[in-house]
Write a protein that binds this ligand. Sequence first.
Ligand code: NAD
Length: 274
Amino acid sequence: MNIQIKTQGAAATRPLAGKVSLVTGSTSGIGLGIARGLAEAGSAVVLNGLGIASEITRTREQIAADFGVKAGYSPADMTRPSSITEMIDVTLAEHGRFDVLVNNAGIQHVAPLEQFPADKWDAILAINLSSAFHTTRAVLPSMRRNRFGRIINIASAHGLVASPYKAAYVAAKHGVVGLTKVTALETAEDGITCNAICPGYVYTPLVEAQIDSQAKAHGISRDKVIRDVLLAQQPNKRFASVEELGALTVFLASEAAASITGIALPVDGGWTAH
Ligand code: NAD
């Protein structure tokens, strides 16, 4: 009786023990929050993204110390398909399996269509959309062999609706939602699920910097910037947290979510309910 209770407790707190997860773009912001969530749930994690080497090493060490899991890092550039496939090959060689792939790396550029720089369009499409195609096709053979896999694509509310001046971002994020559906259909009988998370505004260091700079630029208070500028579209007037996205990712990666596949789940405080 006691043993059964202990086992259930361990499974409930460490539902991803023994699993291996890779999160692209996880040296900061949402990706880092998701990587920490997966590690807390017991999964070994491989980080990826740009940044200062010593800070990335500190982040890895912190995750390993906080959660008692292996925390690796790949410097793969998400604009380079060969670098992406190498990252997947190295992860498989080092860990021997691949369970959870989170396609999170992303960048943004805002400009009217006629002035939108072509190189920014290419970079956004490469990092926000094509990288997910390259990682997904590279992990599928191993996931199919194990008859288990979870692919979680971090899209955006902009994967469901548009805003002006964000042509490349909106096109890429709508593409991510489409790729999610196709991946779900092609893997449905193999124990693999693929879902997209579509956040509205999430509180990250970049958002924090925007609050101060917009307050100075417009000569208005931080509260006014948050309510009337940044969260103008978001009915609940609150930022989602990276911890909330981490918890949702852990749920989608768990056995409890085995029948959820092909969805684009808004986490946007009602934005896309308009
Ligand atoms: P962020 O800038 O904090 O993180 C982006 C990550 O991507 C970083 O780790 C960065 O190093 C990495 N990256 C950028 N270019 C790369 C490249 N060429 N190769 C490898 N890694 C690269 O941003 P964030 O706000 O945490 O955004 C993460 C994801 O969430 C993005 O896809 C973004 O579109 C999406 N998103 C963010 C919000 C938000 O409010 N912050 C809302 C909706 C969706």
